[in-house]
Write a protein that binds this ligand. Structure first.
Ligand code: FAD
Ligand code: GLY
Length: 376
């Protein structure tokens, strides 16, 4: 069994899989280890929205990163289809953020002017214009903000496509392989310990989602990450009752292929369990019915939950370990890991290859909570 690699990646979610794909394109010999199945955690639970505007409502590094990543999707979708045979079903039919009151409408109008100042497309739709666009939405709404450039993909397919394309390009994928520790010699990474033995490399990337901080405790790095459980359900219709994604306070409805709707998602902080509760489903159904009254006519498909990896300031961690040479981290993409996966894969690969200066990722530094660094 080969045990030496150019790069080892720990965690087969969308972030680890994207980095594996980008490194494989550089012809690096890569091992990706996943404790369970590829994409089995947050990355398969996601609704797949590319909400670069809808979900990020203030200027800053995350906003810029999200815009750039969204713009990569048309090309990455083609590339992944060609390389892996998997269609990630990129849909670019825009997103409607609906207002249920005049106050919510005024807040959305403020956001519209913010986006327009940023050079992005955004427009206000009166209730008449909204109903003309989406006739099944409730006439009790106060209007909506229309974001034509926010789209969506199938999140599990995106993760599998990155992983399969990486594998076709030579990456070794090892599922059911749990990393129990990193191996360090003279402040340099030399490999990882797993339940099936040790693997060696002078470059290790931790992409273990909400579990990344636990794995790195051994290195003395304090990397705060908190789970925020999200529950979703899906419904089937003979024809989709909406064409664009619809978001409201506390709920979103995403129209997928063949008349399928995903309704999400609850926000339960600090919960590591992935149980779906009746309360969660009831809360989502209550809100979604006020937006789309005939949603209740859908056929029940299924419900699920996943754990979003949240950081204290809402920014992901991307960069080098401050003390251990060769150890890299990309985690904490919270509500936007699907959207941010192409750019994360590209930037982390450039950093690992020495093609990108660490300073360019300054806002995402992994040691920004380093005042709480503990001694190894
Ligand atoms: P994960 O997908 O959690 O992957 C980490 C992987 O590491 C897991 O597979 C895990 O098994 C593995 N692992 C952990 N520890 C170890 C170990 N010791 N050894 C080996 N492997 C290990 N984002 C969007 O952009 N758009 C959306 O619409 C969207 N909707 C969402 C809806 C819900 C309900 C949820 C929960 C999330 C949503 N997100 C969305 C957020 C997105 O899913 C996450 O940000 C993203 O999936 C994080 O990816 P990741 O690879 O960092 O983590
Ligand atoms: N981005 C959607 C969610 O986190 O639920």
């Amino acid at each position: 069994m080969t045990t030496s690699y150019d790069v080892i990646i720990v965690g087969g979610g969308v972030i680890g899989s994207s980095i594996a794909f980008h490194l494989a394109k550089k012809k690096r010999k890569v091992l990706l280890v996943e404790k369970d199945r590829i994409g089995c955690e947050a990355s398969s639970a996601a609704a797949g929205m590319l909400g670069a505007q809808a979900e990020i409502t203030e200027a800053g590094p995350l906003y810029d990163m999200a815009q750039t990543s969204r713009s990569l999707f048309p090309a990455i979708s083609e590339e992944l289809k060609e390389c892996s045979g998997i269609d990630i079903h990129l849909v670019r039919k825009g997103l409607l953020k609906v207002a249920r009151s005049e106050d919510e409408g005024n807040e959305l109008k403020r956001l519209i002017s913010f986006y327009q100042k940023q050079g992005q497309r955004a427009e206000w739709l009166s209730i008449e214009e909204l109903i003309e666009k989406e006739p099944n939405l409730s006439r009790d709404l106060a209007g909506a903000m229309y974001l034509p450039d926010d789209g969506h993909v199938l999140a599990p397919e995106l993760t599998f496509a990155f992983a399969r394309a990486a594998s076709i390009l030579g990456v070794c994928l090892r599922e059911y392989t749990t990393t129990t520790g990193v191996i360090i010699q003279n402040d340099r990474i030399i490999g990882i310990e797993t339940n099936v033995g040790n693997f060696y490399s002078d470059t290790v990337v931790v992409t273990s989602g909400v579990w990344s901080g636990m794995l790195l405790q051994q290195t003395g790095l304090h990397l705060p990450l908190y789970p925020v459980k999200g529950e979703c359900f899906s419904l089937l219709y003979s024809a989709s009752p909406i064409t664009a994604t619809v978001i409201s306070e506390g709920c979103y409805i995403v129209p997928k292929q063949r008349g399928r709707l995903i309704v999400g998602a609850t926000m339960a902080e600090g919960q590591y369990d992935k149980k779906v509760t009746l309360k969660g489903i009831r809360d989502l159904l209550t809100i979604s019915e006020t937006i789309l009254p005939n949603i209740v006519e859908g056929e029940w498909e299924k419900a699920w939950a996943g754990l979003r990896p949240q950081t204290p300031d809402g920014l992901p961690y991307m960069g080098k370990h401050p003390e251990i040479e060769g150890l890299f981290i990309a985690a904490g993409h919270f509500r936007n890991g699907i959207l941010l996966s192409p750019i994360t894969g590209r930037w982390m690969t450039e950093l690992i290859e020495g093609e990108r200066q660490e300073e360019t990722l300054q806002p995402f530094r992994v040691d920004r909570y380093s005042k709480t660094l503990i001694t190894r």
